[in-house]
Ligand binder design. Structure first.
Ligand code: APR
Length: 235
């Protein structure tokens, strides 16, 4: 491990929020087991039954609103604040636990549960309340055109220009709590490696991206990540 990294990029997935009590997607009791992706996370599903899709995300809001960051989120926030190099967080999660832990500039490439986008004017509104097919856009005042600001399968990811810049300039890439099966996020480690980054994976198990990681830190992120951050800060 070099003395100091200049640009650390951290990619997080549902696993980092598991110890905050939030369900992951592909575990035995995962979100996608109870609600097939085809019914709640595709453009076709939203066009077919917008009320049902709005309800799915509205029902998630109270739990995500009340969720608390765990030591893994707090460790990343401490790293961002105290590390001499730049620390950027890219998350696939739609919860706001990184922000609650004090992190800033978090890139939500799959969107955020507390946001909705107007399909008429493109403006994004923040709301932890219910959004549905009657909601009026606060910007253009048109009703019934709001969509959860969640990136559905088949849609383009958000913040990708910034993500590309970060991946091409990072010298340490850290993946935390993601199964590495959903692209293009699952390819981020490969891009970082191609540009010379050292790569770490924090997970309960090795994932399908195994080949691209120089280091595998097994265990619960709430335990392993704080220790890793302490080592980085001690340098
Ligand atoms: N500590 C570390 N890793 C954990 C923990 C934990 N406490 N708990 C679970 N994990 C790991 C699991 O082993 C798994 O590899 O987190 C990963 C969660 O995988 P998924 O449920 O597939 O979630 P994620 O990788 O974030 O999914 C990516 O898929 O459906 C889309 O948009 C959705 O953003 C999501 C994307």
């Amino acid at each position: 491990m070099p003395q100091t990294y200049k640009n650390i990029v951290v990619l997080t997935g549902a696993g980092i929020s598991a110890e905050s009590g939030l369900a992951t997607f592909r575990a035995a009791n995962g979100l996608w087991n109870n609600h097939p992706v085809e019914e709640v996370a595709t453009i076709e599903a939203f066009q077919r039954n917008p009320e049902y899709v709005h309800d799915f995300y509205n029902e998630m809001k109270p739990e995500l609103y009340g969720a608390k960051p765990n030591p893994a989120h707090l460790a990343l926030s401490k790293l961002q604040k105290e590390y001499p190099g730049k620390v950027s967080i890219i998350t696939q999660n739609v919860d706001t636990l990184h922000e609650k832990a004090g992190s800033n500039g978090v890139l939500h490439i799959h969107g955020q549960i507390n946001q909705a986008v107007c399909l008429n004017c493109g403006q994004v509104m923040e709301s932890w309340g219910e959004v549905n097919t009657e909601t009026v856009c606060p910007h253009c005042q048109v009703a019934g055109m709001m969509k959860p600001n969640i990136v559905f399968f088949g849609e383009s990811l958000l913040c990708m220009n910034e993500v590309d810049r970060l991946l091409q300039s990072c010298d340490l890439f850290v993946s935390v709590g993601t199964s590495g099966v959903v692209f293009p996020a699952a390819a981020f480690v490969q891009i970082a490696k191609q540009y010379g980054a050292e790569t770490y994976e924090f997970n309960l198990e090795t994932t399908s991206n195994n080949f691209y990681f120089d280091h595998h830190i097994m265990g619960k992120a709430g335990e392993t990540l704080p220790k890793f951050v302490e080592v980085l800060l001690a340098k």
